[in-house]
Design a protein around this ligand. Structure first.
Ligand code: FES
Length: 131
């Protein structure tokens, strides 16, 4: 199983780091990919992840109102919704992609988010390429 986590360099990455530092256990199937801000996210990044074998994609940004670039995480949520629409047209369940807003000190929430996505993949089966 492969879950791609597109994390912003601030809270997203820090929450993943905090999960490790605080000894939270979460599935090893997650591959964090760091980006300056989730506002940099493009729908093509999500589609590319699936094309390259991802079973699920999670986008992890700062809490709403806490983005270091003001509205990056708000824009990212819109793009996740757009990606879901495109995936649906391709016959791929939109539940395979999700946006999470997690504070830098919430390592436990990052771990929970990964477990949530793993549960979805177990329920939905392998991603479109590995099917
Ligand atoms: Fe974290 Fe923008 S810097 S979402």
């Amino acid at each position: 199983m492969r879950i791609i986590a597109l994390v912003c360099s601030f809270c997203g990455y820090a929450s993943a780091d905090m999960a490790g530092v605080t000894g939270q256990s979460y599935p090893a199937s997650v591959v964090p990919v760091r980006m300056p801000c989730t506002g940099r996210l493009d729908v093509s990044h999500i589609l590319s992840a699936f094309r390259n074998g991802a079973d699920a994609v999670m986008v992890v940004g700062c809490l709403e109102g806490n983005c270091n670039y003001q509205y990056g995480n708000i824009e990212a949520r819109k793009r996740v919704e757009q990606a879901r629409g495109i995936l649906a047209q391709l016959g791929i369940d939109g539940e395979r992609v999700e946006m999470f807003n997690i504070a830098s000190n919430q390592g436990w929430r990052f771990a929970e988010a990964v477990k949530e996505m793993e549960g979805r993949v177990l329920r939905l089966g392998p991603g479109p390429v590995r099917r």
